[in-house]
Design a binder for this molecule. Sequence first.
Ligand code: ADP
Length: 277
Amino acid sequence: LDGSPLPVDWSSGPVMDGDAVVGAVVVFGDASARLAVERMKDDFTSVVSHELRTPLTSLKAALELLDHGAGGELPPAGASFLDIAVRNADRLARLVDDILDLEKSARGALSLTRTPLDAVELMRAAAATVEGTALARDIRVEVEPVTAEVWGDHHRLLQVLTNLLGNAMRFSPSGSTIRLAGSHDETAVHIDVVDQGVGIPADALPRVFDRFWQVDSSQRRASGGTGLGLAIAKNIVEAHGGFITVASEPGAGSTFTVHLPVRSQTMPVAVERRRRA
Ligand code: ADP
């Protein structure tokens, strides 16, 4: 111990006998080992972000130059190898970003900048990010009007909705509709992302928010996700004091619902998983 004051690990608060304070239980602990682990995690995060992102950025820049003809006309086989390389560099970049986000959100280190947000604006902004893919795949994305205000971090909540919508798109057939619908009560705003896609088997539902977990089928693996999106979304929503639920029926579709407390309310952080009736 270096003589610095010991941090309080746990305190019972004052023990009262009527109006009189008769005692308190305070547990002191040496937090240096814990703080060292925290520091290591911080270091690890910055090392990963720097050491992986830097070469990835140059790799992608070089591939883009090739793609734009900087190395001369590529033979057809070369063009298709280049295509594979670009797709995998993108996938790797996504994975690095996801791992860093997951790590940060799991240890509560996300810095949230909260402002009042119009729920429908947030839903429209999320819908706009998938507009191109939706058009290309002939999928309708409908945003239903709702008057509700969310107290949250715009960038992070948009990330959550974009992730849910992205999943909905990936697991939906052409010609189907994805619906974004909001509702609210006194304590919470609820945002549903409803798809008419492949659905999730009942026994798999409890695991969808686990990190690196994907429903085990080659068709889904081929869809190119990292298996981290829902784990990150769950952490972000919980950092806002809310929770995510899922209801699904194989062959009929899935509904993911983000529940966010209205300003100055707290909600029980209990993740209820239910099947669609
Ligand atoms: P990723 O989408 O990157 O694989 P996620 O954590 O976002 O990772 O999702 C985990 C898994 O949950 C997906 O791989 C898929 O099997 C399943 N899943 C998520 N959303 C849907 C959906 N809307 N419809 C069907 N399956 C889904």
